[in-house]
Design a protein around this ligand. Structure first.
Ligand code: 3AT
Ligand code: MG
Length: 335
């Protein structure tokens, strides 16, 4: 009888892993889409280099960090070294150039918190935001991409978590919930903490890549091809990891004292970061240290209302993973 029950459980978990993997596969962009994005980017490069021969154009965010689902917007960074430039002028000029090259729906948002030029390509439906000199985002994009190459389970978990967050309406910083970037950092931390660990801590290993951006030194081990198989002693598959991830954020994380830190591969205390009280709008109700801008709490957008929403959503997800007969449907039900 016992054996039969165990076999049933095994079947159950295999079935659930397959179901989650199918969701993951359905979210991964097709080759064709990625190729179109590349083409679009090369066209932009050509236009930009005509006006600013010294400038460089970078892709960043989910189209370059390998955590982009199909039909994501493209994030582009225009890097101009000249310290004398006037940001608004450059963006207006850029908008002008794009407009006269038949791009449609070009808008320069020069007064936004992060000033950008927005555009939409009606034929392909590609939307694109271009910002200026946000090189730190280009570097953290590389860090995420490098982590993704070490173990495929990171990409699987992060796709499921992002898909859950979007379905449940907890992926909007302007509403006090978390950015996609924060969710991926949470996944990396989680896989670093698993025993046996599924991911290493690249910033604690010998430096092979180093760059200083805005006075911040960004250094880590980036020869990730040497780390294939790092997590192979851990046999957990996606369903188990999704369960444990939500369980951690619902019932195990110490919201009162703990700061998660991918940089150190460990948990720090709010006290040592001096994140114990509210300063200005930074409330530190869920603390996620940025890997490079270490004074920066990615959870600082969360307020006393949205923390409740967020934690209830983590609990809902954990309970579904525990009890629901069909979690891979219920988990993503629209809120
Ligand atoms: P989506 O697929 O577009 O939801 P994404 O990975 O593009 O996910 P975001 O749109 O949240 O993520 O952000 C775009 C990039 O900007 C990701 C990261 O390189 C950078 N970034 C976002 N938020 C922060 C932050 N708080 N601190 C530093 N870099 C950030
Ligand atoms: Mg994006």
């Amino acid at each position: 009888r016992m054996l039969k029950r165990q076999m049933l459980c095994r079947l159950d978990i295999d079935w659930l892993n397959a179901a989650f993997l199918a969701i993951y596969e359905s979210l991964v962009p097709l080759e064709e889409e990625t190729a179109k994005q590349k083409q679009f980017f090369m066209l932009l490069e050509k236009l930009v280099s005509k006006e600013w021969p010294e400038a460089r154009l970078y892709l960043y965010g989910s189209c370059a960090n390998s955590f982009g689902v199909s039909k994501s917007d493209i994030d582009v960074c225009l890097a101009i070294e000249d310290a004398e430039i006037n940001k608004s002028e450059v963006l207006l000029k850029l908008a002008d150039i794009l407009q006269s090259d038949n791009f449609q729906n070009v808008q320069a948002l020069t007064r936004a918190r992060v000033p950008i030029v927005k555009l939409m390509e009606p034929v392909s439906g590609i939307s694109c935001d271009i910002c200026l000199n946000n090189v730190l985002a280009v570097v953290n994009t590389k860090l995420l991409r490098d982590y993704a190459q070490i173990d495929v389970r990171l990409r699987q978990l992060a796709f499921i978590v992002k898909h859950w967050a979007k379905s449940r309406g907890v992926n909007a910083t302007y509403q006090g919930t978390l950015s996609s970037y924060a969710y991926v950092i949470m996944c990396i931390h989680f896989l670093q903490q698993r025993r046996p660990a599924i991911l290493p801590c690249l910033q604690e290993m010998g430096t092979t890549y180093s760059i200083t951006v805005d006075d911040i030194q960004c250094a880590y081990f980036d020869q990730v091809e040497k780390l294939h198989g790092f997590g192979s002693r851990n046999k957990e598959a996606i369903a188990q990891l999704v369960w444990a991830f939500f369980n951690y954020w619902a019932y195990r994380h110490d919201y009162a004292n703990a700061v998660i830190s991918v940089r150190t591969g460990s948990i720090l205390s709010k006290r040592e970061k001096d994140w114990t009280r509210r300063i200005g709008n930074d409330r530190h109700l869920i603390c996620i240290e940025d890997p490079f801008e270490i004074s920066h709490d990615l959870g600082r957008v969360v307020d006393k209302f949205s923390i409740k929403v967020l934690r209830e959503e983590f609990e809902r997800a954990a309970d579904i993973m525990q009890y629901d007969p069909n979690p891979c449907v219920t988990l993503f039900e629209p809120y």
